[in-house]
Design a protein around this ligand. Structure first.
Ligand SMILES: C[S@@+](CC[C@H](N)C(=O)[O-])C[C@H]1O[C@@H](n2cnc3c(N)ncnc32)[C@H](O)[C@@H]1O
Length: 219
């Protein structure tokens, strides 16, 4: 899967380069850069956001590194292996202005996850992961920090990211935060727990994989 991705051309068309500066990064360069943050890129729950993620050349290789750690740590328990693989996916975020790229990015990440957990396309693990990716890989403008879309209610909305957590025993939690608030200028002092940076715009009841698999993506 990684070899197939690495073999793809880095430029799709001259027009796309002109319109969106779309020149993708080669696999060897991605790996060299991720080596600079080796501990973080292999940590299962370290959060990675790529604000111009293209088709996921960085994010896919981050996921591959995280899954290597999952295998070493949890490979002997199918239950923990799968749940921690999903946690690894949950900590990967992207923004991409071109919908086709965002969809390709989700699909690339999903293929890697599916192969890792050894699931079939209709399996609840794949549906849960697809839902997570629909939330985490945003079709949006990273500079304006708003969504881009054609369906009603999907354009010009503040970008919101989900903070996922694994509580153990098959349960996940989710709280949503606004990207513009998280990246707001200025410093936040210790003890300012009430500051808007720390206030979720929405908190959800805990969810299992089966429940995540039943969620509908609006993206
Ligand atoms: C130079 S490519 C890099 C893609 C990917 N990061 C990689 O290294 O392979 C830049 C990407 O950013 C996207 N892009 C351009 N402007 C953007 C914006 N304002 N918000 C989000 N994505 C944007 C383009 O569509 C393109 O896919």
């Amino acid at each position: 899967m990684l070899d197939r991705l690495a073999a793809k051309p880095l430029v799709k068309s001259r027009q796309r380069v002109q319109d969106h500066a779309e020149v993708l990064t080669s696999a060897w360069l991605v790996d060299d850069m991720l080596d600079l943050v080796k501990d973080e890129s292999g940590r299962i729950d370290s959060r990675f956001l790529e604000p111009a993620c293209g088709t996921g050349n960085f994010l896919v290789r981050v996921l591959a590194r995280k899954l290597t750690t999952v295998k070493v740590r949890y490979g002997r328990s199918k239950f923990e292996n799968r749940h921690n693989a999903l946690l690894a996916l949950m900590s990967i975020y992207g923004i991409e202005i071109q919908r086709d790229n965002a969809e390709e990015c989700r699909s690339n990440l999903l293929s890697l996850f599916t192969a890792y957990v050894g699931a079939k396309a209709e399996d609840e693990w794949v549906r849960a992961a697809a839902f997570v990716l629909g939330v985490n890989i945003v079709v949006g403008d990273a500079l304006a920090m708003v969504t881009v879309g054609t369906a009603p209610g999907t354009h010009g909305q503040p970008i919101v990211f989900a903070e996922w957590g694994y509580l153990g025993r098959g349960k996940y939690q989710r709280r949503d935060f606004r990207f513009d608030r998280m990246t707001g200028r200025g410093t936040v002092s210790e003890g300012e727990a009430h500051h808007e940076v720390f206030q979720p715009v929405r908190a959800y009841p805990t969810m299992t994989v089966a429940q995540l698999a039943c969620e509908e993506t609006i993206a």
